[in-house]
Design a protein around this ligand. Structure first.
Ligand SMILES: NC(=O)c1ccc[n+]([C@@H]2O[C@H](COP(=O)([O-])OP(=O)(O)OC[C@H]3O[C@@H](n4cnc5c(N)ncnc54)[C@H](O)[C@@H]3O)[C@@H](O)[C@H]2O)c1
Length: 253
């Protein structure tokens, strides 16, 4: 039975890209379920104040660590600080991500490297440096935020789709490696969700996407967070290597 005080009481969760959008929603939803939080983002500390204040208002502890998840030294330093502060990280949410649009024929190598660097390399680096302490304790959860575009593809976004398909493959590989050692790894592949990331898409893309979405509207962050809570909590104890899809029907498997 769930703890009435919350499904994540006593857990330490680390969410990357937690200052905005889906990451901020997950961090605050986890705090509401009783978790303490490591808020990781590349942004200035001032831009994380809103999410930090929301966690404090829920009576939970949190630390902000400015980090570029695509940079190994930055991730190493972040890991050391998080573990020095809380002693452990029980749940890692690899959420930090960026999105740009370009046809393949115009896509610069720099743009390809930047998107793959944050989305896929960042997921690898944070997992690489935080999984050891989970394996030592024989317990932990890793939740990777992919995208439905990593499952079905999309025009103007070959680099983004490749990064998100890579995350799904990495999730399955990691899950197979560590499930018997107490660490469960899964992915969430949301459909289009109302966040600043979606604002950066062209009007043309937005109206074409709306027209093809079975549910006929974009999603809200609060429609993704319940899946993250489930995967992070005891409710998710039999999920291994799965990609769950709060996506408005954009992908039907
Ligand atoms: N919004 C959507 O429609 C949608 C759909 C599917 C998947 N996603 C994925 O969800 C995740 C969150 O997206 P969002 O919509 O909340 O976007 P967002 O732009 O609102 O938030 C992304 C956060 O990541 C941070 N970030 C960017 N680069 C970083 C880096 N190098 N290191 C650390 N932090 C970094 C940003 O500062 C920002 O706070 C992303 O991985 C995105 O690809 C979003």
């Amino acid at each position: 039975m769930s703890d009435p005080a919350g499904r994540l009481v006593g857990r330490i969760a680390l969410v990357t890209g937690a200052a905005s959008g889906i990451g901020a929603g997950i961090a605050v939803a986890f705090a509401a379920e009783g978790a303490d939080l490591v808020v990781v983002d590349v942004c200035d500390p001032a831009d994380a104040a809103k999410v930090m204040d929301a966690i404090t208002a829920l009576g939970r502890d949190s630390i902000f660590i400015q980090t570029d998840v695509s940079d190994e030294e930055s991730v190493k330093a972040m890991t050391e600080r998080a573990l020095a502060y809380f002693g452990r990280v029980d749940v890692l949410v690899n959420n930090a991500g960026i999105f740009t649009e370009s046809l393949l024929e115009n896509l610069s190598v720099a743009d390809w490297d930047r998107v793959l660097g944050v989305n896929l390399r960042g997921t690898f680096l944070c997992s690489r440096y935080l999984i050891g302490q989970m394996l030592e304790r024989g317990s932990g959860r890793i939740i990777n935020i992919a995208s439905q575009l990593g499952q079905i593809g999309g025009t103007y976004v070959p680099h983004y789709c490749a990064s998100k398909a890579g995350i799904i493959g990495l999730t399955k590989a990691m899950a197979r490696e560590v499930a018997t050692r107490g660490v469960l790894v899964n992915a969430i592949a949301p459909g289009p969700i109302q966040t600043p990331l979606l604002d950066s898409e062209t009007e043309e893309w937005r109206s074409a996407k709306l027209a093809e979405l079975p549910i006929g509207r974009f999603g809200e962050v609060s429609e993704v967070t319940p899946t993250a809570i489930m995967l992070a909590s005891d409710d998710g104890s039999y999920y291994v290597g799965q990609t769950l899809g709060p996506n408005g029907g954009d992908v039907m498997l």
